[in-house]
Structure formats: structure tokens, C-alpha cells
Write a protein that binds this ligand. Structure first.
Ligand SMILES: Cc1cc2nc3c(=O)[nH]c(=O)nc-3n(C[C@H](O)[C@H](O)[C@H](O)COP(=O)(O)OP(=O)(O)OC[C@H]3O[C@@H](n4cnc5c(N)ncnc54)[C@H](O)[C@@H]3O)c2cc1C
Length: 391
């Protein structure tokens, strides 16, 4: 039986078939056949989600073959790309057209389709998630038909598709809002946590990209700021923390150590207090934890299932080595995040049920209504999503 596993190895599946897509026509035929036989279909990007979003015992569809840039409209600042394209493979072609993504996350190994499907984001008080940059999508539906959606055409489907959890169909292409190419300069330094805390209100808005990792073992923070610059790129690029280069060269990092992760978004004005509570919890209950806690910001958006829906956001991520049992630590942190009105990252660990998620997401029912209309038999809903379904 074919096996599938995610990046960390924590999520595994033994589906009936692993299918490697190379064309949209193949996706259409595959989905129509699966729907006829009532077999589930889950698209996979790079398998970098910690949440059990991809595992299914039906067909897991590897979308890596649907890669490349379809078209670029420099004037309108739009790029249409195949959904299986890895984010790292978008940098050069966009740059050659004088363009770039508005922002990127910590790494660039994800497929753009997978990243948008879960609300992947970078950091920056004025910068939204990748899902918010989705201006259009082309989707193979359960019927095998294709829908093109955007703000003018099939706008409800577009709203649901911007952050779709793989549950609307196989997204073959995405149209993204991009901007003119830009260079960035990174700076990094270490400070005691107590020293950093009073500086946060000034540092956060003063910087295009601001983030820090708090290290529990010595109570210090490694702070990183990234600003636009007109300085020439400097090659070879320096180590993380000192790079000057084009945005797609400076924003992504290398994260080789296998871990699992929980991330919650809280209202921006509660971010520092929430982190303070997490710090107290780690210091008093989990002194053995060595992995850092990451603090980032994301601008508000109007994406239905976004963790930054209608609220400026601070995201706080906790990590644990993949060889350790993260459950007691993550569960206690989740209690803190929930007390601060947190919403979980869709691609990372959480222990919530559908009622809790519904209460956090004002457009939860709308999203499910659109989804269920497109796929009444639920072939794109795996076991994990099924238990979240309303009613
Ligand atoms: C080391 C590491 C660093 C990370 N850094 C960040 C970060 O900085 N910021 C952040 O926000 N997140 C981060 N994440 C989380 C990650 O960005 C998300 O989990 C993202 O979804 C992974 O993309 P993927 O291509 O691996 O998708 P997968 O995990 O393979 O799939 C995710 C979802 O997308 C769906 N999907 C994928 N492709 C398609 C398609 N073509 N059509 C329909 N549905 C599709 C799947 O069905 C699934 O529901 C990180 C994860 C890791 C492991």
C-alpha cells in the first residue's frame, strides 16, 4: 500500500492510491472517477502541515507536477501561478518581471496552493497572509468541472477558496496580488526578555518585518528586523540575521530540525501579555522546554477562515522536538491562548472541536455552506475535517 507522511513524520497515511498530478485534465478525470465511487480525495502540497489535513484513506493527490507561472500582468500587479509551485520557485520568475510577493513566511518549501489553503503568513504589522493575496482561483470540483472564481465571478466560492483547507476541490491555479520587486536588509540581535518587553510597542510598528524568538533556557530573545533598502544586494548572502538581498532571498530561512508546532493568533494589543503568560507557564511548569517561542505580527484581513479575520494580529508559536511528547506542554499553552481569545493556525497543532472553531470564526457557517454546495457527498472532507463539520 502506498504511504504518505508529512514533513515531520507525525502525520502518516496509507491511502488507496497516491496520485501524482501533471495536468489539470488528469485532475478532472481523477476527481470525477473518485466521486463516482465515493472515494475521498485530498490534495497535498509539500506536506508541511502539522495538522492532519492531508491524511485520507482514499486518494492523496501530490500536486508538485502542477508547477510554474501561468501569466503575469505587471501593470495590474497580478501573477497567475500553478498551485503546486513551491514558493521558492516563484522568486525568480516574478523577479524577472520586476515583481515579488508582498511577504513570505519563515520558509519557502511549501507549495503556494498548500500555503494559501491554511493562511500561511510572515511577519509585518502592515502585511497580510498569503491567503489575503489570493485574488482568484481555478478549482477542479467534485463534479470534475472547473470553476474560475474571483471577487467579480463566483465571489462566494472565491471567498471560501482563499483559505480552503483543501476541502473545496483541487485548486489548480491561483491568481495572486504581487508588488514591485524590492530589496531587504536584515538585522538581528539578542536582548534579555525584560529588556525587550518595554521596547515592543515602538519596535513593532517601526519595522516592516519584526519578529523575535524567546529562548526559555536563558530568558533571552533573538530579535530580527527586516527593512526595505536601496542598498545593493551582498553575495554570497550572509547568515540569517545579516542578509541584504531581494525579498525572496532574505525572507526565507532554513529550518532543518524536525519539530512539531502550535501557533495561535491573538489580537495585536494582547500579544505581549499573552506571551508573558506563556513565559510564566514555561518557567513554572515546563522548565525542561528548550525550543524557542516565536512572536510575529500579521495585518487584519477579510478572508473568511483567517486567524487574522478583521483583527490586527500577533501570532505566538510554540515548538517541541519531534522525539518528545509535546501534548502536555501544548495543551497547557492552548488554555492560555484560548483565555486570550486566540485562533489557531490551520496548518499547526490544535485540540479544538468544531463548536470551538465555529465560535472563533464569524464566517464558519458561510464557509461550510459554500463547501457543501460544491461537494455535497463530501469527497474532499477527510476524517479530521468531518469531525469539525457543523451540525
Ligand atoms: C518548518 C516549517 C515552517 C513553517 N513556517 C511557517 C510560517 O512561517 N508561517 C506560517 O504561517 N506557516 C508556516 N508553516 C506552516 C505551513 O506553511 C502550512 O502548514 C502550509 O499549509 C504548508 O504548505 P504545504 O504546501 O506543505 O501544504 P500541505 O501541508 O501539503 O497541505 C496543506 C493544506 O493545503 C491543501 N492543499 C495543498 N495543495 C492544494 C491544492 N492544490 N488544492 C487544494 N488544496 C490543497 C491540503 O489538502 C491541506 O489541506 C511552517 C511549517 C513548517 C513545517
Amino acid at each position: 500500500m502506498p504511504n504518505w507522511s508529512n514533513w515531520s513524520g507525525r502525520q502518516q497515511a496509507t491511502p488507496e492510491a497516491l496520485h501524482f498530478l501533471r495536468s489539470e485534465a488528469d485532475a478532472q478525470a481523477l476527481v470525477a472517477k473518485a466521486a463516482q465511487s465515493g472515494i475521498g480525495v485530498r490534495a497535498a502540497g509539500s506536506g508541511h502541515s502539522h495538522a492532519p489535513l492531508v491524511p485520507d484513506d482514499g486518494v492523496i493527490v501530490d500536486t508538485t507536477g502542477l508547477a510554474g507561472v501561468v501569466s503575469i500582468n505587471g501593470e495590474a500587479r497580478r501573477a497567475r501561478v500553478w498551485a503546486g509551485t513551491k514558493i521558492y520557485a516563484l522568486g525568480r520568475p516574478l523577479h524577472d518581471a520586476g515583481l515579488a510577493l508582498q511577504n513570505q513566511g519563515d520558509i519557502d518549501r511549501q507549495a503556494i496552493g498548500g500555503a494559501c489553503a491554511t493562511g500561511t503568513h510572515g511577519t509585518g504589522i502592515k502585511l497580510q497572509s498569503l491567503s489575503a493575496a489570493v485574488t482568484g482561483a481555478r478549482i477542479v470540483l467534485a463534479s470534475g468541472d472547473i470553476v474560475e472564481c474571483n471577487a467579480e465571478n463566483e465571489s462566494q466560492i472565491w471567498q471560501a477558496a482563499r483559505l480552503n483547507l483543501g476541502a473545496l476541490g483541487i485548486v489548480t491555479q491561483l491568481e495572486l496580488r504581487v508588488r514591485q520587486a524590492y530589496r531587504l536588509q536584515e538585522q538581528s540581535w539578542t536582548a534579555g526578555f525584560e529588556e525587550l518587553l518595554p521596547q515592543l510597542p515602538d519596535l513593532t510598528p517601526a519595522t516592516r518585518h519584526f519578529e523575535f524568538f524567546w529562548y526559555p533556557n536563558n530568558d533571552t530573545a533573538v530579535i530580527k528586523t527586516i527593512e526595505e533598502t536601496s542598498a545593493e544586494a551582498s553575495y554570497p548572502l550572509a547568515e540569517e540575521g545579516g542578509r541584504i538581498g531581494w525579498s525572496y532571498e532574505v525572507l526565507p530561512n532554513h529550518r532543518p530540525h524536525l519539530h512539531t508546532e502550535m501557533e495561535y493568533s491573538v489580537a495585536a494589543d494582547r500579544g505581549a501579555d499573552c506571551l508573558g503568560e506563556i513565559r510564566r507557564l514555561v518557567q513554572s511548569e515546563f522548565p525542561e522546554v528548550r525550543w524557542p517561542v516565536e512572536y510575529r505580527t500579521v495585518a487584519a484581513d477579510d478572508v473568511w477562515l483567517s486567524s487574522a479575520y478583521q483583527r490586527p494580529t500577533v501570532t505566538i508559536s510554540i515548538h517541541q522536538d519531534i522525539r518528545e511528547d509535546e501534548t502536555p506542554y501544548f495543551r497547557e499553552c492552548e488554555r492560555v491562548f484560548l483565555a486570550f481569545g486566540g485562533r489557531p493556525h490551520w496548518g499547526k497543532v490544535n485540540y479544538l472541536d468544531g463548536n470551538q472553531l465555529a465560535a472563533m470564526h464569524p464566517r464558519w457557517q458561510d464557509w461550510w455552506t459554500v463547501r457543501d454546495q460544491l461537494d455535497p457527498k463530501g469527497i474532499f472532507v477527510n476524517a479530521y475535517l468531518r469531525q469539525l463539520r457543523p451540525g
